[in-house]
Design a protein around this ligand. Structure first.
Ligand SMILES: [Zn+2]
Length: 200
């Protein structure tokens, strides 16, 4: 029996794509690089054996206790747009659609932002503290200035993708917006973040 459009529920209404909760492990994806990751979807019938995510086809791994796991292995397309901070990606297949929180990073372009303390015009607060505070975006650095009249230039600094992910995963102490390098650097791995080495 083929149900191309997906499940027929008890009420007789067809669901073309049932929403489900979904998570990826690891949950940092590197654009333009090979990534190996698993997606776990809940509430999906075990018969669902196909899914796709960021342009990759997943293979069914197993289903148990209402959770179905797919594995993905491939190069995340270079055209995929990276995002400052956390975003979500779709995991979808016949009769299923979910979104999983991830960081989507271009490893060669992981920039952090801070006020500059170069030159005589740097304000006292920036010289004393602000050079240690780094931000996920230029806008966030502007909002995070130490006082309203701070006019110090905002500069960017390139860091490794793993430093970036650890600093700006939203469960960290800076809530995904900022990180004080005096706390630690690289930042401690915040709850929920899983990283693995790139495969090439
Ligand atoms: Zn300043």
């Amino acid at each position: 029996m083929a149900l191309a459009l997906g499940d027929t529920t008890a009420s007789g209404v067809e669901n073309a794509a049932r929403s489900t909760s979904c998570s990826l492990t690891p949950n940092v994806l590197l654009v333009g690089r090979r990534n190996v990751f698993r997606a776990k979807l809940s509430g999906v019938a075990a018969a669902r054996t196909r899914a796709s995510c960021v342009g990759l086809d997943g293979t069914f791994v197993h289903a148990a206790r209402g959770k179905t796991t797919f594995e993905f292995d491939g190069i995340v397309p270079p055209a995929t747009a990276p995002v400052a901070g956390i975003t979500s990606v779709a995991v979808e297949g016949p009769g299923v659609r979910g979104r999983a929180p991830v960081m989507l990073l271009r490893p060669e372009e992981c920039l952090i932002y801070r006020t500059s303390v170069r030159g005589r015009k740097a304000c006292r607060a920036c010289r004393d503290h602000a050079a240690s505070m780094v931000y996920v975006s230029e806008e966030a650095a502007n909002v995070g200035r130490p006082h309203p009249r701070c006019d110090c230039p905002i500069v960017s600094e390139k860091v490794s993708w793993e430093h970036y992910a650890r600093a700006f995963w939203p469960t960290g102490p800076g809530a995904g917006v900022s990180h004080d390098r005096r706390w630690d650097w690289p930042a401690a791995i915040p709850p929920g973040l899983t990283v693995s080495r790139p495969r090439g």
